[in-house]
Design a protein around this ligand. Structure first.
Ligand code: SAH
Length: 216
């Protein structure tokens, strides 16, 4: 697929109109093409503000939501970031442009493998994708400056909050599966946790455990 300057300009305008205003985030999204993360013929919709289906019954999130979550995360160049729910790898790729290092955990092995390849092909070198249960976080690499969940939990998982540095920010959708969820931003301070509600969103649910292998 050919990304013309006109298409890119339209995409950037769309993101801005939907509330992605942070220049660093917009620049990161300009550097990371979205079509390599879409499946087959869906790639022609990669620059629309639409969620797209990927393998294992999962979804590549809407680009405006990726932008707004990234913006809310206030990622800095020295930060070590943890993402739960790699999916296509698109969110991780955007984060890679803004931070020092990204660890991303995915429970579906085929998705983790495909995302690793897409990131390699794009020359992204500071993202490590791990197959595992993201609800457990990544104790070996903790603590993190920033944590982002791209699957909805009923509450912010205590295990993940424990892996967040003081002064750190966690952004996640919270709510029951298949109903309206709310995007929330949690800031860990010396005296406790501050919660801020951002907007209503819809994500696939956070599911415990690694997905079983499918035998064919
Ligand atoms: N960030 C992705 C969108 C992800 S969709 C992108 O940019 O494309 C949410 C993903 O979370 C799915 O791939 C799903 O398999 C994964 N997921 C759900 N529960 C999980 C868990 N407990 N641990 C790790 N990944 C999980």
């Amino acid at each position: 697929m050919q990304v013309t300057p006109e298409l890119m300009m339209q995409y950037m305008l769309l993101l801005r109109n939907k509330g992605v205003r942070d220049k660093r985030v917009l620049h990161a999204m300009e550097l990371i093409p979205r079509h390599p993360f879409a499946q087959g013929s869906f790639s022609k919709h990669a620059y629309d503000d639409a969620a797209l289906p990927i393998a294992c019954g999962q979804t590549l999130s809407m680009p405006s939501v990726v932008g707004k979550m990234t913006q809310a995360l206030e990622v800095g160049p020295r930060h070590k970031v943890l993402e739960i729910g790699t999916g296509s790898g698109f969110q991780a790729a955007v984060l890679s442009q803004l931070s020092r290092r990204v660890y991303s955990v995915e429970r579906h092995r085929p998705l983790a493998q495909a995302a690793t390849k897409t990131l390699n092909d794009l020359g992204v070198v500071n993202v490590t994708i791990i197959v595992g249960d993201g609800a457990l976080g990544l104790p070996d690499q903790a603590p993190f400056d920033r944590i982002i969940l791209t699957a909805a939990a009923e509450d912010p998982p205590a295990t993940l909050l424990a892996q967040l540095k003081e002064g750190g920010i966690m952004v996640l959708p919270v709510g029951q599966s298949d109903t309206v969820q709310t995007l929330i931003k949690v800031t860990k301070t010396a005296s406790g946790l501050d919660y801020e509600e951002l907007e209503d969103v819809r994500f696939v649910p956070l599911i415990e455990g690694i997905a079983p292998r499918v035998h064919r």
